[in-house]
Write a protein that binds this ligand. Structure first.
Ligand SMILES: [Zn+2]
Length: 405
């Protein structure tokens, strides 16, 4: 979005600074309409921004970033005690991040009382291009294995497909599972499969493959829709504990991972702290706007949802959880469009570093009413695309979205 009040000179300056500091033009500043004229306000970066080498000049001991915002015309503005350039109601300065988290303190002095504004940002110091692959809504493959009583887990075509992709590309898979499996679009009944029926005799195989294959809680079942959007946190945590206990029973501790995607990407804010207590450090969502408002956004407000819709990550310091925007939902993107979805993300400094690849289990199964015969090809196309561009496979529950900390 272009800010019409910027002079041409300012834009050129900004463009030059942007070029030096990783393409953060002032033009990308959100409109400060909500602020009273003259308020001191840091607009870039925002509180909770997760910054990496693409967002500034990184050297051995720090990341120099641009800090910009609005101030009263004529005020002297500093950020972390360094003088800023001030033009009209805009200020701009530089700060070197040297810690995993840094508080940016802008101060303004002039005719009126001294003012301050603060934001805290995260430095993803060791960031490198990486991707994760998360598969949601899993239950059918566990039912298949339990019913067919296979000799090996990989006699199930679904797990064999994942293993083949792992062997070919090194991909790590987060497989997010339900407690119950139901074919119909209604809650599971007494006769439907539940993971408490899954045998523990494959434990050795789960353990042998735990470096690339993790099981995590996703929801109690596919239905009802949006099960945790308004639910008390206790219900979410009880379901998580139920599924976690079963994973540990039949697959062992090594194969278990804390969840990184909750069904429908919607939980109450009060659920975040208990989720953190269960080991949750990252949560992915679509952060999409369906025209009626932001959705699959863990109920974050419009400003944060909009920010996440065009950034890899944002940290909620209150809960300690980092939110990630899903880069692609393979079951929603035709095979020939996969590259077209990923390409622009890889060209934008704000979305290029982390590819959050994603799909749903159901679409692999021929009996499913939305079965996609080319689903496995779509998944491979996305994985091949990121692999060829140097992205490294990671798990999001480890480190900072899979990155070293
Ligand atoms: Zn789901």
């Amino acid at each position: 979005m272009q800010d019409e009040r910027l002079s041409r000179r300012r834009m050129l300056q900004s463009a030059a600074a942007g070029a030096a500091l990783g393409a953060w033009g002032l033009s990308s500043l959100p409109a400060p309409a909500a602020q009273a004229p003259g308020d001191l306000k840091i607009l870039e970066p925002i509180h909770g921004a997760v910054l990496n080498h693409r967002h500034g000049r990184q050297t051995g001991d720090g990341l120099t970033i641009r800090v910009a915002g609005q101030a009263r015309p004529g005020d002297r503005v500093t950020v972390n005690q360094a003088a800023c350039r001030v033009e009209g109601s805009r200020f701009e300065g530089e700060v070197v991040l040297r810690q995993p988290e840094t508080e940016l303190v802008a101060a303004a002095e002039g005719a009126g009382p001294r003012r301050e504004d603060r934001v805290r940002v995260v430095w993803d110091r060791y960031s490198e291009p990486r991707y994760r692959f998360s598969i949601d809504d899993n239950s059918f493959f566990l039912r298949d294995i339990a019913r067919k009583n296979y000799r090996s887990l990989f006699d199930c075509f679904y797990l064999k497909m994942l293993r083949d992709l792992h062997l070919k590309y090194g991909t790590k898979f987060s497989v997010n599972i339900f407690y119950t499996a139901a074919d119909d679009a209604k809650p599971a009944t007494e006769t439907d499969f539940r993971i408490s029926q899954f045998p523990d005799r494959y434990k050795g195989q789960w353990r042998d493959n735990c470096d690339w294959l993790k099981l995590a809680f996703h929801a109690r079942g596919n239905m009802p829709d949006r099960p945790y959007q308004d639910a008390p946190p206790e219900r979410l945590i009880a379901d998580l504990d139920l599924v976690a206990a079963e994973i540990r029973r039949f697959a062992g501790e090594e194969a278990y991972a804390p969840p990184t995607v909750i069904h429908w990407g919607m939980v109450r804010r009060a659920a975040l702290a208990p989720l953190f207590d269960r080991g949750v450090r990252a949560l992915s969502g679509y952060f999409s706007n369906n025209g009626r408002g932001w959705d699959d956004n863990y109920r974050w407000d419009d400003a944060h949802s909009e920010y996440l819709s065009r950034h890899n990550a944002w940290k909620d310091f209150q809960s300690g959880i980092v939110f990630s925007r899903i880069s692609i939902v393979c079951n929603n993107v035709p095979l020939e469009r996969i590259a077209g979805v990923l390409e622009p993300l890889a060209k934008d400094a704000n979305t290029a570093e982390i590819m959050d690849l994603f799909t749903h289990e159901q679409y692999f199964w021929p009996f499913y009413f939305h079965y996609l015969p080319d689903h496995a090809q779509r998944v491979e196309r996305a994985i091949r695309w990121v692999t060829e561009r140097g992205y490294r496979p990671v798990f999001f529950h480890e480190g900072l979205l899979g990155g070293r900390v």
